[in-house]
Design a protein around this ligand. Structure first.
Ligand SMILES: Cc1cc2nc3c(=O)[nH]c(=O)nc-3n(C[C@H](O)[C@H](O)[C@H](O)COP(=O)(O)OP(=O)(O)OC[C@H]3O[C@@H](n4cnc5c(N)ncnc54)[C@H](O)[C@@H]3O)c2cc1C
Length: 339
């Protein structure tokens, strides 16, 4: 079936902020052939190609002068099993959380801490998604992408992806690589990561002393549901700012003036500060202006109460950045992809 291209399509259902910007052109890709066709059609139309998955890490500040390609391919499979590990592969359009549940149903360990993150498998490497002490890079086995510059298929191994904290080669070169499918190295038996956040405490409250990966997934889902607003109810893109990395000396100086500073020492003489704490201490938690604001329980999450625009959300973010910089001397970096 050939690719259907619509003109002037509203992207409101395709971004979790639910802002009502329009795509100049829009199409859905159900397989590799559609992605190739879309690349060719974008060239003919003389517009860039913008791949999107669930739109849960996007801030649309204007109508998009591009062919927006909704990656909607499906399929997941075990591709290899050895005594040590099981390699699973999923098409880019697979919704992330159902994919995690499927791996758990196969008796596989590795993705449980990443339960309930919105979005698609194909977007998961873009910002090296992470939660509760685990990142994609910890279980990444490779991916296949179409290089939009050359039109050729490329294979990426872990060392090719330049994964960092909410960062990767793909985030650094937006639009260049169209991710088609991703592989993960999981295990039948492995140590679980219980040390981060309240996972261990939550399991203990339920009387679970020898948790399975499924137990951890359920605990993570419960914690996340209490903590984060559901985009179906209230437009948001999860954490709006990255947790800033500062030197250990800078963190010590801040702690002298703010003994309750929330900070996590890293391996390399750097300290990760809790962006939510910085924003809350600056008085922004619960702030609302018109239809945009800062979530009343979670200072890291900007929200759209209904008719807010991407531009208003961006302006609010800029005010928060300026305020935190002035008060703490710390620069906050925006996490979602601003378009
Ligand atoms: C409530 C909530 C909680 C969240 N919690 C977390 C969390 O705990 N940890 C975390 O890391 N993130 C979190 N996020 C952010 C987001 O869910 C992830 O970044 C997710 O991976 C984005 O997937 P998506 O399919 O929605 O990507 P989109 O928002 O559609 O796209 C994001 C970027 O990836 C590009 N892209 C998408 N698909 C492809 C593809 N196939 N090939 C090439 N480029 C592509 C887009 O062009 C865009 O630049 C949260 C978001 C929300 C709303």
């Amino acid at each position: 079936m050939s690719l259907t291209i619509e003109a002037n399509r509203s992207l409101k259902p395709f971004n979790t902020f639910a802002v009502d910007q329009r795509a100049q052109y829009f199409a859905a890709a159900h397989g590799d052939g559609d992605v190739r066709d879309a690349l060719a059609r974008a060239r003919q139309l003389d517009v860039p190609l913008l791949p999107i998955g669930g739109g849960s890490n996007l801030l649309l500040t204007r109508d998009v002068p591009a062919l927006v390609l909704h990656i909607a391919s499906r399929g997941k499979r075990i591709v290899e099993e050895t005594a040590e590990q099981v390699t699973v592969e999923a098409e880019a359009g697979e919704p992330w959380h159902p994919f995690v549940l499927w791996t758990l149903d196969q008796g596989l360990v590795g993705l449980e801490n990443l339960s309930l993150i919105p979005g698609t498998v194909g977007a998961s490497p873009i910002q090296n998604i992470g939660a509760y002490g685990v990142e994609i890079k910890d279980v990444f086995a490779g991916l296949t992408a179409l290089d939009s510059h050359t039109g050729k298929l490329c294979e990426f191994a872990l060392e090719d992806c330049a994964f960092g904290y909410r960062d990767s080669l793909f985030k650094q070169q937006p639009g260049r690589y169209l991710i088609l499918r991703v592989r993960f190295a999981l295990r039948r038996r492995a140590a679980l990561h219980l040390e981060y956040g309240p996972i261990r405490q939550r399991l203990a409250e339920q009387g679970i002393v020898a948790p399975t990966a499924q137990d951890v997934s359920r605990a993570v889902c419960a914690i996340r549901s209490e903590k984060l607003p559901d985009p179906q109810q209230l437009g948001n893109a999860g954490s709006f700012f990255k947790n800033p990395l500062v030197t250990a000396a800078a963190a010590r100086a801040l702690r002298d003036s703010h003994p309750d500073l929330v900070a996590y020492p890293q391996d390399d003489d750097k300290v990760k500060l809790a962006a939510g704490w910085l924003i809350e201490k600056s008085g922004w938690k619960g702030f609302r202006e018109g239809d945009v604001g800062v979530h009343r329980l979670q200072a890291l999450v900007l929200v759209n109460y209904g008719q807010g625009t991407g531009e208003q959300l961006l302006q609010l973010a800029r005010r928060i950045q300026a305020d935190v910089l002035e008060r703490f001397g710390v620069a906050l970096e925006i996490e979602p992809n601003v378009i």
